[in-house]
Design a protein. Structure first.
Length: 115
């Protein structure tokens, strides 16, 4: 069974930077790692950055101009470069993929931004 393995995250000060990485544990036909969601304490999970069907990049308004989503062309990994971090970026970040019409999720990685 394929898994999405996340790394990165941690603690940063406001205005700082962090990088998140997500890679599929193995290659399988039809797998597409598409991007990141996040969930703050007591909040619903929300989209942060996603690759569209044409590999176009879609960002939440709150992160536009600060976060950059990158894929490596294999559809098995994505990077999220987070700059100018704000305390409201704090939360658990989840990598998302799809395979055979089914959603796959990583285990989540914590990002904490202190003011």
């Amino acid at each position: 069974q394929v898994q999405l393995v996340e790394s990165g995250g941690g603690v940063a000060q406001s205005g700082g930077s962090l990088r998140l990485s997500c890679q599929a544990s193995r290659a399988i036909f039809g797998l597409n790692v598409v991007g990141w969601y996040r969930q703050g304490t007591g909040q619903q999970r929300e989209m942060v950055a996603l690759l569209g069907d044409g590999r176009e990049k879609n960002y939440a308004e709150s992160v536009k101009g600060r976060f950059t989503l990158m894929g490596d062309g294999t559809k098995k990994m994505v990077l999220l470069l987070m700059d100018n971090l704000k305390p409201e970026d704090t939360g658990v970040y989840y990598c998302k993929g799809t395979v055979a019409g089914r959603d796959l999720w990583g285990q989540g990685t914590m990002v904490t931004v202190s003011s």
